[in-house]
Design a protein around this ligand. Structure first.
Ligand code: SF4
Length: 357
């Protein structure tokens, strides 16, 4: 596991096209003595038309295309592996120039096409049920690397449109705050991927200060809090970072988020067999959920090789759901996708690191 000094001393990964905003692109092209309209042309080719190379930007001068290719790569990643499930879930493992890898997933579901993307390489949180938590944080992703994953996934679903983006892959988005917010703004912007704020979700284990800061950004996005336990004691056993803020503090921060944005908070609850799936857990969860405007997403655990946790039975999941609903909680069970590929977060990356892909 990399320590903080290792991470600080690593060279900053090179900037790519998706790191730029219209302002920084305009400035760069101005410095290159290009006319003002060029930045709009390049942005349209990259986001609206979704071309994979500057060579496809046919109304740009050849010399400019060459310079952009050399100095500001459009896509900086390569696809290390691609798995497609029988339910058409597609999981990509992207390799960055410094050797780091990231997972991103396309989840097609009825009329939705959702990209699930990562915000860090590895994850510092270390949830006990999570494959990626085993290896710790390797480095932060740049804003452009976060956007690039969404663009890669968008290319996977063509000719359909990507409809949703969830920052729920590897990493804690709010522990890479500035990059996450810049990436979300790009995904949301009309000049960028033009995905409506209500179709963008940031999932966090819960950093109250950053949740409040996010609320003040005035983006109409959804906040998903990974609660996973209804008491502080149990939560600390499952999520090591739970010691940093108790549930009461998190609920306060979520209330602030709702007050500032008018957006209900999603409470994510991963059902781990015989750990947090009992009827008393459900009753306590209902009490927590009803303190704020929220909806509860129950997720049935997908077993991960090497970890001791079990999947709860369908009957247990149904009973848990019924307990919440009869107490007036807006609750759903999220369907597990891609179960015939390495769909739990971190599995594909770990297999690749072990030389199995
Ligand atoms: Fe990190 Fe999410 Fe895995 Fe927890 S579940 S270790 S926050 S990637």
């Amino acid at each position: 596991m990399a320590n903080a000094d290792d991470i600080m001393n690593r060279p900053e990964p090179a900037r790519g096209f998706f790191d730029l905003t219209p302002d920084t692109l305009r400035k760069l092209l101005k410095d290159w003595r290009e006319p003002a309209f060029r930045s709009k042309q390049v942005l349209e080719w990259a986001y609206e038309h979704g071309v994979g190379s500057y060579d496809d930007m046919s109304n740009l001068p050849k010399l400019l295309r060459r310079r952009l290719t050399a100095e500001l790569p459009l896509y900086t990643s390569t696809i290390v592996s691609r798995q497609e499930s029988s339910d058409r879930t597609v999981k990509l493992l992207l390799g960055w120039p410094d050797g780091a890898t990231s997972e991103c997933v396309l989840i097609p579901d009825a009329e939705r096409r959702t990209a699930c993307i990562s915000t860090q390489v590895g994850c510092p949180v270390g949830c006990v049920f999570c494959a990626s938590g085993l290896d710790g944080l390797q480095r932060q992703l740049r804003p452009g690397e976060i956007v690039e994953q969404a663009m890669r996934v968008r290319r996977e679903c063509e000719p359909d449109r990507l409809s949703n983006v969830v920052l729920m892959g590897l990493g804690e988005p709010l522990a890479n705050y500035d990059a996450t917010v810049q990436a979300v703004r790009t995904v949301n912007a009309e000049w960028g991927m033009a995905i409506g704020g209500r179709r963008i979700t940031i999932s966090t284990v819960g950093l109250p200060r950053q949740i409040r800061r996010l609320a003040d950004e005035q983006m109409q996005i959804t906040l998903a809090l990974s609660l996973h336990a209804p008491t502080d004691e149990l939560r600390s056993q499952i999520i090591p970072w739970a010691d940093r803020a108790n549930i009461a503090e998190l609920i306060d921060a979520c209330r602030y988020f709702f007050d500032r944005t008018g957006r209900e908070v999603t409470l994510e609850y991963l059902l781990l067999g015989e750990v947090n799936d009992g009827s008393e857990h459900a009753r306590r969860l209902a009490r927590v959920a009803k303190q704020i405007r929220s909806n509860v997403n129950l997720i049935r655990y997908n077993p991960v090789a090497g970890l001791p946790y079990r999947q709860p039975s369908s009957a247990t999941v149904q009973e848990f759901l019924d307990t919440l609903i009869t107490r007036g909680v807006n609750a759903h069970v999220r369907r597990s996708r891609g179960s015939d590929i390495d769909a739990a977060c971190g599995q594909l990356r770990r297999r690749e690191q072990a030389g199995e892909t």
